[in-house]
Each structure stands twice: as C-alpha cells, then as structure tokens.
Design a binder for this molecule. Structure first.
Ligand code: P6P
Length: 311
C-alpha cells in the first residue's frame, strides 16, 4: 500500500497528510544525494553549533527548504543547519501586522550523522511537524507527526502520527510502500545503544550502568548514528538508547528540538518511553533552538532501569 493511501486508512487530516507527503518527497531527493555520492566534501561553513558543514548537510537542508517552502501550509521552519527559524508565506495585514497562511511549523535535522556517510554507515533525516507558530515555548508532546528517514542499504521512512502509532515504509520504484504497520516496542529487551561512553570516565553512574548491561549479557547495537540506532529499537521492538550529559556538557550533545523530541515522539507512538533522566521529553519545553538534552529512550523498563542508576 502506498504511503498516502495508508495515511488515509487511519484518518490523517488532509492538510497534515499534504505536509507529510512533502517531507517524503524531500527524503526521496536526499536519498538520491546520499546514495549517488553527490555533494561530498566540506561546504566551508559552520552551523549554529560550530560544527563544520558538509556539502551534503547544506544540500539536504536546501532540499527540505524547497519542498516545505512550496507548501503554503507551512508557517515556520527551523533546521539544525540554520541559525534561526524562518517565517514563511508572510503577508502584511491592513493593520500593518504580519500573517501567514501556514498551519504547521516544521523543524528538522536534514542529515543526522552526516559525517558517517564517508565511512558508508547509515544516516537519517529527522522531521517534526508542530502546530503553527514559533518553536520557542513548544513541547515535543504538541507535535502532530514525525517523519524519520533511514538511508542505509535501503531507504526507509517512519511516519508517526499523534495517537495513530508509528509505521514503516520502504522506498521502491513505485514510491514509499507500507512495510510494517503499528510498530510495537516491548517493555523489556536486551539491546543497548550507549552514546557518549566517554562520560563513564567522570560519571560513575554511567560506568555502573554499562557494567550492568555487560554483566547481564545485553547485545550492543551502536553505530554512532541516532537514527539507525533507534531504527534498530523500533524494528526489533526492544532495547534502550542512551546519551547522557557529562561534566563539561551536562545536557549532552543531542538537540531537544531537532533530535531527542522527535525520536522520542516516534518511540512513544510505538509503545516505548523517552526521558531526559528526570522528565518525559515530550513535556520538556523548547527554550532555545539549539537546546541540548540528555536522552534515555526505548523499552519502558529498560529506560527506567537505566535512569535508576543516575538517581
Ligand atoms: P558521538 C551524530 O553526529 C549524532 O548527532 C547522533 O546521530 C549520534 O547519536 C551522536 O551524534 C553520536 O555522538 O559522541 O557518539 O559521536
């Protein structure tokens, strides 16, 4: 079943479906870039985090800005590769104000883990569809949907719609076709994806947690790409992904708006949980576009167990 047909089967609102399909078009074009080796090398610029941008980062960002810019339904856009959010389709009102036709605001990490492309590891695109308006002050729990692409041996797409579950689609010659409907994450499962192991040196709680996983003979599944690592949990239906803070970065490396909130939304729609160690990431308010957050996400009991080492 085609993506657009499947979205209709669970009553996806028409305007939301249109934006999801625009995101899917963007993913289709980014996949072509990633898989054909176009746009390799450095762009000669830095993003808001001071990270050197790859030509692939900039090209992927431009693709999403294009497909979303063509959508009159999009109000604000924000990207990990841009310094600030952009207000689209703004027209001046007779009273001298500004208004937009947009209905949704869309935040994205156009190519998460892009530095892994040159070693041919899987990477991904993370897209969050929020209600209209600025992202500042919003919470990931307000999202309408998440669209998450995995560029690996195959290109696959997760679409999670609020209250309607998380579903996987495979890019075929005939477009995105339903592969797995209503993914389910069990409460327990012995896979672990331990990000930022460097923190073990100064954070004994993390060292004890890793020792627990080793003692209990958990299976390590960590690639350094958040999207493929969480893809593994979603498709195997169990496991835990962690990226805690550390001394000089108490909130860790991953961004609430562009990565942690969106990935958690898809995990929760599949029956898992996602926390910063103290609260659900869906309830964590976006105070700044570049806000970072620790993340513990996946099987409910595995996440709770992991967090228990830090209290
Ligand atoms: P580390 C990729 O650069 C990324 O943003 C996430 O996709 C991934 O989970 C994390 O960083 C990996 O970080 O410190 O293990 O390189």
């Amino acid at each position: 079943m085609q993506l657009d047909e499947h979205l209709k089967t669970f009553g996806t609102e028409d305007h939301l479906q249109q934006v999801i399909m625009s995101c899917a078009q963007g993913v289709y074009e980014i996949a072509a870039l990633v898989h054909t080796g176009a746009a390799l090398g450095y762009a000669g610029s830095q993003n808001i985090f001071g990270e050197q941008q790859l030509k692939l980062d900039v090209a992927s960002n431009d693709i999403l800005l294009k497909v979303l810019g063509e959508q009159s339904l999009v109000d604000y856009v924000a990207s990990e590769e841009m310094d600030d959010e952009q207000h689209l389709h703004v027209s001046n009102t007779e009273e001298g104000g500004a208004q937009s036709s947009g209905v949704f605001s869309v935040a994205f990490d156009p190519l998460d883990g892009s530095s892994l492309v040159d070693v041919n590891f899987a990477v991904g695109t993370i897209i969050a569809i929020y209600p209209k308006g600025s992202f500042i002050g919003k919470k990931p729990g307000e999202m309408h949907a998440a669209v998450i692409a995995v560029y690996g041996p195959r290109t696959t797409l997760f679409v999670a719609v609020k209250g309607k579950g998380t579903h996987q689609y495979l890019l075929t010659d005939g477009g995105f076709m339903l592969q797995k409907e209503a993914l389910k994450i069990a409460d327990e499962g012995k896979y672990f994806a331990p990000g930022n192991l460097r923190a073990c040196v100064k954070n004994p709680a993390y060292k004890q947690l890793v020792d627990h996983w080793l003692t209990e003979q958990y299976t390590l599944r960590y690639s350094g790409g958040m999207v493929p690592d969480i893809n593994h949990i979603l498709l195997k239906g169990k496991g835990v992904f962690t990226y805690p803070g550390y001394m000089d970065e108490p909130n860790g490396k991953l961004r609430l708006l562009y990565e942690c909130g969106t990935m958690t939304f898809a995990i929760i729609e599949a029956g898992g949980i996602g926390s910063d160690g103290k609260m659900s990431l869906l309830d964590k308010r976006v105070e700044a576009l570049d806000q970072r957050s620790p993340i513990f996400a996946g099987s409910k009991k595995e996440v709770e167990k992991a967090i228990s080492f830090f209290v």
